[in-house]
Design a protein around this ligand. Sequence first.
Ligand code: ARG
Length: 576
Amino acid sequence: MSDPVSIVSSLAATAFVAVAGKNADPIVRPSDRADAQINGVLPLAKSLGRNPREVAEELVSKLNLEGTCSKVEIAGPGFINLTFDDGFLLRELQKALTSERLGVGAAEVSRRIVVDYSAPNVAKEMHVGHLRGTVIGDALVRMLQFVGHTVIRENHIGDWGTPFGMLIEHLLDVGETSAADELSLGDLNGFYKAARAKFDADDTFKERARLRVVSLQGGDSETLRLWRILVAESTRYFNTVYQRLGVLLTDDDLAGESKYNDLLPKVVERLRDKGILEESDGAEVVFPPGFLNRDNEPLPMIIRKGDGGYNYATTDLACVLDRIERLQVSLMLYVVGSPQAQHFQMLDAVCRMAGWMGDTDEAVHVAFGSVLGSDRKMLKSRDGDTVKLVELIDEAIDRAAAAVANKNPELSESERANVARMIGIGAIKYADLSTDRIKDYIFDWDRMLAFEGNTAPYLQYAHARICSIFRRAGVDRGALRGGDIAITHPAERALVIRLLQFDTAVGETIERYSPHRLCTYIYDLATDFTAFYENCPVLKAETDELRESRLRLADTTALVINRALGLLGIESPEVM
Ligand code: ARG
């Protein structure tokens, strides 16, 4: 804990107990009138039936803020305004600087967590819709790991089910080698569409596809061999996308639908043993309480269809069993678009009915909205197709390269390429992460690549600029660390307070699984740094001590920006 607001909050909580004789939330918030304000007096006074001003006075007399606050004032009907002591702020900053995570505390309880994210479908293109799930999931993985949780990444790719009958037959028609070439090059849509077109037009092909599904499910070895080609080529292609995007997913994280195939009969058996499996229109279903269809009739989760086939839901049930019982996790995050909200609500309900998930187990649907074009409709390419993720990545890097060439023509070609990659990828990721995930957002090249405003390039530039201050000064950043930092100007003070809020920003982001909170923090930090840099000469500071102190503040800012962007999966260039 390094945020002075949190520190004061816990001190205030003790005083509240002393006055109220019970726990009461002091509600301490950053404030414009002072550094922080205690807002909990009014509700407390009300619950005690006492005069708020009097309660505030009693609280202040019991508050031990010696060495923490330089000024404590009662304002209005009973607000308590606090001004932090500069020495306290600087001590906390030094503590944060020597701590492992720059002041960010470890999670109180370290949990085992599965993060289910990305999950494209085999032999189908990764489109812009997969961007969000991939980027948000990856940021959450990094943050959860950072605060000490054990995180298991699972990429629940769609690699099983009826479409594979037609895909395998099409593979045979095209010939294995050329099919493999087509798929590994990333022409997944072409392949899928061709298979689909034949399936729709040609009854013999349709019959072949049907029989092929039967062999696949029956475990026929030749069919499985062909199926593996499809999966291997597609995942190879997904990996190139992951690598270019700089996300953590690798083959080790694959946990596709096929992996749970053998568990499906067990799901049925266990639901039946529990007495919650019912028959409905020839299918085997579970009715979780509280779910109704449009006609207000109970809505079933279909476990096994009349023809004996299993469902997407059955696989997800098997997944939960595997995660809870084999992987021993207590939290499962599903980073999946909001249209699947009901599916995940029903999944949770059924798992609780079945007794597979108890009070300490949690499944959270980390839902997200869509990526829209400037027409506010789903983002489409010029020819009206869904936008391929690779094309988006290429374009981002191209545009970033042009911007960098313009901004800094002195960079060598290889430097420019590297910086352009960091900026282009950073811009796409940040545009996605900085909007509340629940909302849709409009994909706008100019805005995301702008060097001003709440964008990745602006934050990356703030970082690069600090690095350049050190280059100009000829000072090694590491060598300066550990020395004194002073507060001599309000802009320095504001920057110190902001730096200390990194802990809170990470905490709030994790609490709501909302990366945009961390984005807002980094943006505020960069803005505070700009104000500091404009008001407080660094290299031309009046004394050597002050110069070093300000260099240390700049260094700390760069460290926090770098770490915070890193938690979002975004790199921080040293030159730009
Ligand atoms: N492959 C699925 C789709 O494209 C997403 C899977 C999400 N994860 C899960 N466990 N259901 O819709």
